[in-house]
Design a protein around this ligand. Structure first.
Ligand SMILES: [Zn+2]
Length: 159
């Protein structure tokens, strides 16, 4: 496992986190999920892509536990790192370590715990799912394991 300095060098900025997600989503470059066209515009922010052919929009975090987040990706990534190190970190401690409000940390923590159960970054729990107890999260594991687009979030924290 990387140490925190190495981790910050690799995933310390929004751009680095964004690049990581892009490579995972589109290893050979942008492909429109609707029409398979490969050219796009960036809309509003560099995190939103619009297909030049059909105008379908897709964000870099679509389908992940970070979907529609207002928290910077670098904070999410740091939370992945901290929770890989210590799964039992409290929401309060996580809030302090990544610099977000308590409720934000609580939500991030629950979503990451849900993802730890599925080991797939492209896992978007419903509100009920990520608020369930760890026992019911375990039960959901089999179903999620069959997801084809599988990304193990642990490869963020390994080297
Ligand atoms: Zn398209």
């Amino acid at each position: 496992m990387m140490n925190v300095i190495e981790f910050q060098e690799k995933y310390g900025t929004e751009e680095q986190c964004r690049e990581y997600l892009l490579k995972k989503r589109w290893p050979k470059g942008f492909v429109c999920p609707k029409c398979y066209h490969s050219e796009y515009f960036n809309v509003q922010s560099r995190n939103l892509f619009q297909c030049k052919a059909c105008n379908h929009q897709v964000s870099v975090t679509a389908g992940t536990i970070m979907d529609k987040t207002r928290t910077p990706l670098a904070k999410w990534f740091l939370a992945f790192f901290l929770m890989a190190e210590d799964r039992s970190i409290s929401s309060l401690m996580l809030a302090k370590r990544i610099g977000v409000a308590y409720y934000t940390a609580w939500t991030i923590r629950n979503k990451i715990r849900y993802m730890l159960g599925t080991r797939n970054i492209f896992t978007k729990p419903s509100k009920q799912q990520y608020k369930k107890s760890p026992v019911s999260l375990k039960r959901g594991r089999k179903k999620a394991a069959s997801t084809k687009k599988s990304i193990n979030y642990m490869d963020i924290t390994k080297d």
